[in-house]
Design a protein around this ligand. Structure first.
Ligand SMILES: [Zn+2]
Length: 371
């Protein structure tokens, strides 16, 4: 099998849910749509929503929840925008990483001090989280599915507990990176039960071995569609209302003390993205084994969409970055999941897509690259 790549970026047809039109992928089409949007008008619309939320909820302790990662640039930007530009009383909710990086710890502390905000950190039981992740690794080759569930469900449940009327998420990745979201929408409620990160998998599917108690799962439980419909909690994407650009967010927050990675990770173009926790690195490497694209492709495409890099230069960089791609923080991953390196590679190689990879030396290499 030969991978077919988008004519204008580097995304492959192996990416789940990605549609192509005359050889051009949905992410490229959506990014060209983004360039024609009247962002001034959209920002005014957001202001109106915020004004209405404040008027309708005079007794709410907070105007909105801003879900934050463990010291990421986008979360910092998001919280700053909602507090300082939208003049909201915000509550940041962080579903804590079980293995944060030094950079992440330092950045989240700098963010709290710089923005002077309230934050709730929820750390869920390590034994349950490790077990859920290990099952996701063995069954789907995707340990971080448990992470995504923890964040989406955890933030919603915390907002409900504190009776906060609005959740402001960041960008809609399924629109910007060409997933199932064909049209850009301000409404992020779909995020909770149907999105490209959660897909069609369910928490219940992971409870078949009776090793996890129902009582340990409160923050992992997504609301039902009917609960969302009657709920007073509104969920929106900030990326619908402002022209979202990860690099601009980075340049913004670094003025206030955000620091990029101390040590470069393999397979990455930029040193400021996803640097806050350790467990996601293995997940990204597994994605490469399954679909033939990883962080390098995503980050290079982002540069192409934002006209900071030509496609030709990006292809050269992609080959170099993929050649040196290995699972960073593997020792931490093994310790957290209590498995050996041999077990890890046994499981990982079950997910290697041999249709698109061929043996090279003592490892595997992609059969074909974009031209
Ligand atoms: Zn494309």
């Amino acid at each position: 099998m030969t991978i077919i790549y988008c004519k204008t970026c580097l995304l492959p047809n192996t990416k789940p849910g990605l549609n192509f039109y005359k050889g051009i992928c949905a992410a490229c089409i959506n990014n060209s749509i983004k360039k024609k949007i009247d962002w001034g008008y959209r920002k005014k619309k957001l202001k109106k929503i915020i004004d209405k939320i404040k008027k309708d909820n005079p007794s709410a302790m907070y105007d909105c929840v801003v879900p934050i990662s463990n010291g990421g640039k986008d979360s910092w930007f998001q919280a700053s925008f909602m507090k300082n530009e939208m003049k909201c009383k915000i509550l940041c909710i962080n579903l804590s990483a079980h293995l944060p990086t030094i950079e992440g710890i330092s950045n989240i502390n700098s963010m709290i001090n710089s923005l002077n905000i309230d934050i709730i950190k929820l750390t869920l039981k390590p034994s349950v989280h490790s077990s859920l992740r290990l099952k996701c690794f063995k069954r789907y080759g995707e340990p971080n599915w448990a992470e995504h569930l923890m964040v989406f469900a955890g933030v919603y449940n915390a907002a409900k507990l504190f009776n906060i009327p609005l959740i402001v998420w960041g960008e809609d990745i399924s629109f910007e990176f060409g997933g199932s979201g064909k049209r850009q929408t301000p409404d992020a409620s779909n995020l909770l039960f149907k999105n490209d990160l959660l897909k069609k998998k369910k928490l219940e599917d992971l409870l078949d071995e009776k090793d996890i108690s129902e009582k340990d799962l409160f923050f992992y439980k997504l609301p039902s569609i009917s609960e969302i419909k009657v709920s007073r909690i509104k969920s929106i994407y900030l990326g619908y209302y402002i022209n979202w650009d990860g690099e601009k967010n980075y340049n913004f927050v670094k003025k206030f003390g955000f620091k990029k990675e101390l040590r470069p990770r393999s397979g990455h173009l930029v040193g400021y993205d996803n640097i806050d926790e350790k467990l996601c690195e293995v997940n990204g490497w597994l994605k490469f084994l399954k679909f033939g694209f990883g962080y390098a492709t995503d980050e290079l495409c982002y540069e192409i969409y934002n006209k900071r890099l030509s496609r030709t230069d990006a292809i050269e960089k992609l080959k170099k970055l993929n050649n040196d791609f290995h699972p960073d923080f593997l020792e931490d991953f093994l310790r957290f999941h209590k498995i050996s390196e041999n077990e890890f590679y046994d499981i990982a190689l079950r997910f290697l897509n041999k249709n698109i990879f061929e043996p090279k030396g003592n490892w595997w290499s992609l059969k074909n690259y974009p031209k």
